[in-house]
Design a protein around this ligand. Structure first.
Ligand code: CA
Length: 229
């Protein structure tokens, strides 16, 4: 295999050419092959014909928008997708849509940060090609509202059960606090007296009793949480 063939290829879909240029430079310097598209048109087709290793996808694009591209690509591929948005307040809505993107980045970003996120998503993707949780460690009994860690039953409130089972069943997926809050409150609960952060804190504490050296609920800076073993 030639050196080139081993380089992961990133497809950058970004209509602001200056930003795209900076990203492409940094990615190349960091050992990636790169391709760019400055509009959303033809991106789905090009991914289908020549799938990149990872897609860096801007939300607002001339032609087909980032949301549509993400949804279309997910119909035929599990390739890693990082969504880029210009608005922090768009993030919650995006996350709520459960697009199946692997990560989200807000503009303005540092190109260094983007490269680090691209590497992290690729690493995660390689380690778990199948998006399933490690059943040897966590077992969920939906009927009994019970979750076991390596055979040991966690003592969970119904809300914690709901939260943790959602995270475990969707490893690698990033959830916003607002989305988790919605999942937790459910139709029968009118309010949540504690914040998602405090539920997460308690869950981490309970899990740490059995997995002391392992963080499984990861904070996603500025966004929310993600489960990953
Ligand atoms: Ca744009």
């Amino acid at each position: 295999m030639s050196d080139n063939a081993e380089k992961p290829r990133v497809l950058v879909v970004e209509d602001e050419e200056r930003i795209a240029g900076i990203l492409l430079d940094y990615l190349k310097q960091s050992g990636f092959e790169t391709d760019a598209s400055y509009s959303g048109d033809g991106v789905v087709e090009s991914v289908k014909e020549n799938p990149p290793d990872i897609l860096l996808l801007d939300l607002m694009l001339p032609g087909v928008d980032g949301l549509t591209i993400c949804r279309e690509v997910r119909k035929f591929s599990e390739l890693p997708i990082i969504m880029v948005t210009a608005r922090v307040d768009e993030l919650d809505r995006l996350l709520g849509l459960e697009l199946g993107a692997d990560d989200y980045i807000c503009k303005p970003f540092s190109p260094r940060e983007v490269v680090a996120r691209v590497k992290a998503v690729l690493r995660r993707h390689r380690h778990s090609p199948e998006p399933v949780s490690d059943s040897r460690i966590f077992q969920i009994d939906e009927g009994a509202l019970r979750i076991c860690v390596e055979g040991e039953k966690l003592d969970l409130t119904p809300m914690e059960f709901r939260l943790l089972s959602k995270l475990i069943n969707n490893p690698g997926r990033v959830y916003s606090r607002a989305h988790l809050h919605e999942l937790c409150t459910g139709p029968e609960q009118r309010s949540v007296d504690r914040t998602i952060d405090s539920h997460i804190k308690n869950l981490r504490k309970k899990i740490a009793r059995y997995l002391p050296d392992r963080e499984v609920i990861h904070s996603v800076y500025g966004v929310g949480y993600r489960f990953e073993i």
